[in-house]
Design a binder for this molecule. Structure first.
Ligand SMILES: Nc1ncnc2c1ncn2[C@@H]1O[C@H](COP(=O)(O)OP(=O)(O)OP(=O)(O)O)[C@@H](O)[C@H]1O
Ligand SMILES: [Mg+2]
Length: 406
């Protein structure tokens, strides 16, 4: 199996899944990015196709030759910005993959908005803007109302996303959304246009969908907690979601439609939705043709026994994915976030039974302002019988953990 850029949170779950399935895992990446992989990831790979993923013709040629040399049986996209490249590679090799003509819609939120509208999927209304004046006019013409959301066309981790209360903050928000012209660490050129979206109120959930040969298999629904206010940063996730069964099915159905609308045919999609109060309608905030980050693979498997990474690998190998839950437990993750940016002086994760944690930054590291997920210092995971217990336990472990930023 060739994974197109396994760096990031999902890579470790693909490594584990490949091991369980007895599949040899190869990576396509840049030489310098590979040099920075965690030791565990580097050691788990059977080999590496070092190329330039930002140069599509060259990357396709290098990966094609590599795949033929190593008898690659499946291509698994992992890093969101290269999911369209993985679709092109699978097509070129005649392996199960996603629809190349639609795949860019899973990376670019403008094309995504068009794909959702074409498929009739409930999603925020949106408009484009290059500067504050245009944003103000577009917001009025499209009757987006206030607050509205300004975000980059291509980015992740809530980078450059702001919820704007009124016209005074528009210029700053458009500037923040348009600051990313190249993506770290590959140097991929980004579509730096800013998107304005109608603000969808309500609780937020995520739901992943594995698709095999065009058939969508829904995965468990997870409740997502974020900060309030201008910057919406994830504070945690809990599975099961606590939604009543009919609404769970509706979220799963909507997520499946979103995945199919952005061309997912053999693979996995991570979809985020919000449900406005008093409605039973999930609005799709975004969908990506990749595994989720944020240790959601761990949370979903701890709660339900379903391995999303195993399911993705099965789908891209042309097998029927294993998506039947084998447990009815619960799990919750809380992120340790700073109150402000600075230098990390100390981080101590509380040791409560039923929980475990991990630190992402160490003493002396610079902690960015809490404007996006780059400010995460660590996380705690709790397992319990019910979602309320798991959430409560994770909250207690987070509250008893100590983070000092000077
Ligand atoms: N139109 C919207 N209405 C309400 N809330 C929104 C809207 N768009 C974004 N948000 C909030 O901001 C968060 C981040 O936005 P979005 O998912 O589009 O960006 P992202 O950079 O892809 O984020 P991430 O990778 O953290 O999921 C969402 O999870 C949601 O809480
Ligand atoms: Mg998101």
């Amino acid at each position: 199996m060739l994974v197109v850029e396994p760096m990031g949170n999902a890579g470790r779950f693909l490594v584990e899944a490949a091991d369980r399935l007895g599949v040899r895992l190869y990576a396509a990446t840049h030489q310098d990015v590979h040099d920075g992989y965690p030791d565990r990831l580097r050691a788990a790979l059977a080999g590496v196709c070092a190329t330039d993923l930002t140069d599509t013709p060259r990357a396709l040629e290098d990966m094609d030759a590599f795949c033929r040399r190593h008898a690659i049986a499946g291509v698994a996209p992992c890093f969101e910005l290269f999911t369209p490249l993985a679709a092109l590679l699978a097509e070129r090799l005649g392996l199960p993959g996603n629809a190349p003509g639609l795949a860019r819609a899973a990376r670019n939120k403008i094309l995504m908005g068009e794909a959702f509208a074409a498929a009739g999927i409930p999603a925020p209304r949106w408009a484009l803007a290059h500067d504050a004046d245009e944003a103000f006019r577009a917001a009025r013409e499209h009757a987006l109302g206030w607050p509205l959301v300004v975000k980059p066309a291509e980015q992740g981790g809530s980078w450059g996303v702001s919820v704007v209360d009124g016209p005074d903050r528009l210029a700053e928000a458009v500037g923040a959304a348009r600051q990313y012209t190249y993506a770290h660490p590959h140097g991929l050129e980004l579509d730096a246009r800013a998107l304005l979206q109608e603000y969808i109120p309500g609780e937020e959930y995520s739901c992943d969908t594995v698709v095999a040969d065009g058939v969508a298999y829904p995965l468990p629904v997870v409740a997502k907690d974020t900060t309030e206010g201008r910057y919406r940063i994830e504070t945690g996730h809990t599975c099961p979601s606590g939604l009543p069964a009919p609404l769970v099915r509706k979220v799963q159905h909507t997520a499946a439609r979103a995945a199919l609308a952005v061309g997912v045919r053999n693979g996995i999609a991570h979809t985020e939705v919000k449900i406005p109060p008093g409605t039973q309608t999930p609005y799709v905030i975004e969908t990506g043709a990749r595994l989720p980050g944020d240790n959601l693979c761990e949370i979903v498997e701890a709660a339900t026994g379903v391995s999303e990474a195993v399911a993705q690998l099965q789908a891209v190998l042309g097998l029927v994915p294993d998506t039947v839950p084998s447990r009815t437990d619960a799990a919750s993750i809380r992120f340790l976030l700073p109150e402000h940016g600075g230098v990390l002086r100390e981080v101590v994760i509380a040791d409560l039974p039923g929980t475990h944690g991990e630190v992402h930054l160490g003493p002396g590291d610079v902690v960015p302002e809490p404007a996006d997920s780059a400010c995460r210092i660590g996380h705690v995971v709790a397992r319990a019988e019910t979602a309320d217990q798991a959430r409560g336990l994770a909250d207690r472990a987070a509250a008893r953990s100590r983070v000092e930023v000077g």
